[in-house]
Each structure stands twice: as C-alpha cells, then as structure tokens.
Design a protein around this ligand. Structure first.
Ligand SMILES: Nc1ncnc2c1ncn2[C@@H]1O[C@H](COP(=O)(O)OP(=O)(O)O)[C@@H](O)[C@H]1O
Ligand SMILES: O=P(O)(O)OC[C@H]1O[C@](O)(COP(=O)(O)O)[C@@H](O)[C@@H]1O
Length: 324
C-alpha cells in the first residue's frame, strides 16, 4: 500500500449525528425491543474525510492532507470535533446556531438490513453560506480534490453544487459529487459536470426519471455522463456491487460477503476509495477493487472507519472485478 500525497477537501453542508439503533427482527408498526444504541458523527463529507484519513495513516504515513468543511451546529459539535481531531482531519467547519440534525439508522442484525431516516437539517442563512463560500474558495485554491457530499439543508438552492462544480473545475480542481434528489438533478443538468459522480442506482434512476433495468442500460446512462464531461461515474448497487465507468474502460466490482454491522457509510467509503485511487493514478479495475474493499470494510464497523490494513488487504483480494 503506497500512494502519492494529495490535498483533499470535503464539503458537508448537512452533516448528521447518526444514531444507530440495533433492533434485530424489528417490525414496522409494532412494539419492538432494541439491543443497543450508538451515536457517531456522520454526514457524507465527514465520513469521506474520516475514511481517507484512516487510509492515509495506514497506507502512507499521513501523506494525504484532509480538511473537512461545511456547516456545523454549535449545540452538538463535540462528537464531530472529536472525530476530526482523532483522525487528524483539519476542522474547517463554519459553526452555526442550533444543533446538527440527528440521522436515525435502524439496524436489523439478523436480517443484515439497515433502514435510514435522514432529516432535513438546520436551515442555512445567506450570511453563513457567504462565510462558508469564502472558506471553500480559500481551501479550494490549495486542493487537489474537493468532495461535494450529501443533501442540501433548507435554505440552500438546488443548483448550489452545480455552481460550485463549475467554479472549482474552472480552477483546475478535481471535483467529486455524491448527492441525491434535486441537488443531483441540478448537478446533472448543468453544463459542467463533476469529475467523479457516485450515485447509487436509486439516486441515478430518480435523477434520470426512469428505471434502469439491466447492466446495459446502467452502462449506457453512465456513458452519457462521461460524454458530457464526467471522468468517472460509479453506480453503486448495494451488496450486488458497483459499476465503475471511465474513458479508460468500464468494470463491475462485486464485494465479498461480509458480516454487516451497519451499511451506513458504504457509499461514502466507496467515494473515499475512488478518490484515493484517482490520486494514485490507478486504472479502473484497481480503483474499483480498492473502492469496493473500502465499502465492504467500512460496513463491518460502526461509524466511518476503515478496518486494519491486513483486513483491508484481505477484502481487496476477495473483490471480483470483471469487464463490463
Ligand atoms: N451488504 C453488503 N455487503 C457487501 N458490500 C456491500 C453491502 N452493501 C453495500 N456494499 C458495498 O458498498 C457499496 C456502496 O453501497 P450502496 O448501498 O450502493 O451505496 P450508498 O450507501 O451510497 O447507497 C456497494 O457498491 C458495495 O460494494
Ligand atoms: O446528506 P444525506 O443524503 O441526507 O445523507 C446523510 C446520511 O448519509 C450518511 O453519510 C451515510 O451515507 P451512505 O450510507 O450513503 O454512505 C450518514 O452518515 C448520514 O446520516
């Protein structure tokens, strides 16, 4: 495991304090017994930063400089500050009044199933957005990669990521996007697409307004995004795996079977893996293998963490990569 250095900035406008409740065999509409409850700092860019920091520490002796920015509620900032400090991620979050939203993650360990309830989050004011914009402009000037990740909180226009993408790409920064709903629709409709887009299959279908039935259709949809300027499109499909499409080729990566603790962060781990692969100049097959190992490893743990290097290597060796 070796890698080139790089500076990565993640933007999380809508972080979340993930409250994971394990309730094996829980039934909708019934009184259920839960087994345990854990709280972890999360939100897409927070998770990507944390996982990249783990990778940096394990693989190359901290050669990646990882900075996390976004909007963070003052009232419950402590768990986020602790995670970023523990991981050695630079904390560039703009503090805002109020408490960051809680995300409910209901895990049925017996069925190996996770149910997510993601709430809207704190409203962003024009003043905090302007402050954040200045932070991002400063950080972006020095970054190799900027990751725009997660939902937009109330108060942020749907085309916000599209606007940021255009500015950052113009400045020569590699832009990765992982979002959903109106923010993804607007980003995909914009004239300048991000370099890396990682929708899950449901997010992509919603954005395109049609079901994608079968691998050929998914591949064709991904290729239209490449034709419009994206460099890597990764369509993740849960435990089935992910289709990763670049100009250099398309591959499908199947994860090994793992004991799932919570699938929360599976997609974020994939984004982290793809970014590290981009910084290392890996080919699509090697990138898909690494990103899938990151995802499979993260879901065996609670919170946004990578397993120990030996375990990650073992997972990586078990990923099946085929040409798509
Ligand atoms: N149950 C699972 N077992 C093994 N790997 C999984 C499982 N669920 C997800 N993954 C891995 O995580 C990747 C991302 O998961 P996915 O659920 O598609 O993303 P998201 O979290 O963005 O919805 C998948 O492509 C796969 O490699
Ligand atoms: O910003 P969104 O789309 O509401 O998602 C927030 C949730 O996504 C997560 O980042 C997990 O994302 P993935 O499971 O897609 O990797 C959680 O930590 C958080 O609660």
């Amino acid at each position: 495991m070796t890698a080139r250095p790089g500076r990565v900035v993640t933007l999380t406008l809508n972080p979340a304090l993930d409250l994971t409740v394990r309730a094996d065999g829980w039934q909708r509409g019934q009184v259920n017994a839960g087994q345990d409850l854990h709280q972890t700092a999360g939100g897409k860019g927070v998770n990507v930063a944390s996982i990249l920091a783990d990778w940096s520490r394990a693989a190359q002796g901290d050669t990646l400089g990882v900075t996390a920015t976004g909007l963070l509620g003052r009232d419950n900032a402590a768990p986020f500050e602790a995670l970023l400090r523990d991981k050695g991620v630079t904390d560039a979050f703009v503090r805002v009044n109020g408490a960051t939203r809680v995300g409910i993650k209901l895990v049925d360990g017996a069925a190996q199933e996770t149910t997510d309830l993601n709430l809207p989050g704190l409203s962003a004011t024009p003043a905090t957005l302007a402050e954040l914009d200045a932070v991002l402009t400063r950080l972006g000037a020095d970054a190799d990669v900027v990751v725009l990740a997660g939902s937009l909180p109330p108060g942020v226009p749907a085309d916000h990521y599209a606007t940021l993408t255009a500015g950052l790409r113009r400045a020569g920064v590699f832009v990765a996007l992982d979002t959903s709903g109106p923010a993804l629709n607007a980003a995909l409709a914009a004239p300048v697409l991000p370099d890396l887009i990682k929708p899950n299959i449901h997010e992509l279908e919603t954005a395109l307004g049609r079901p994608l039935t079968g691998d050929a259709e998914i591949l064709a949809a991904a290729r239209t995004l490449l034709d419009r300027g994206a460099r890597t499109v990764a369509v993740s499909q849960g435990e089935r795996g992910a289709l990763i499409v670049t100009a250099a080729g398309a591959v499908f990566a199947r994860p090994p079977r793992v004991t799932v603790v919570s699938t929360v962060g599976a997609g974020d781990a994939m984004v982290a893996g793809l970014i590290s692969a981009h910084l290392d100049g890996l080919d699509p097959a090697a990138a898909a293998r690494r990103a899938t190992a990151f995802s499979a490893g993260t879901i065996t743990l609670l919170g946004p963490h990578l397993p120990a290097p030996a375990d990650l290597n073992a997972l990586s060796a078990q990923v099946e990569v085929t040409t798509a």
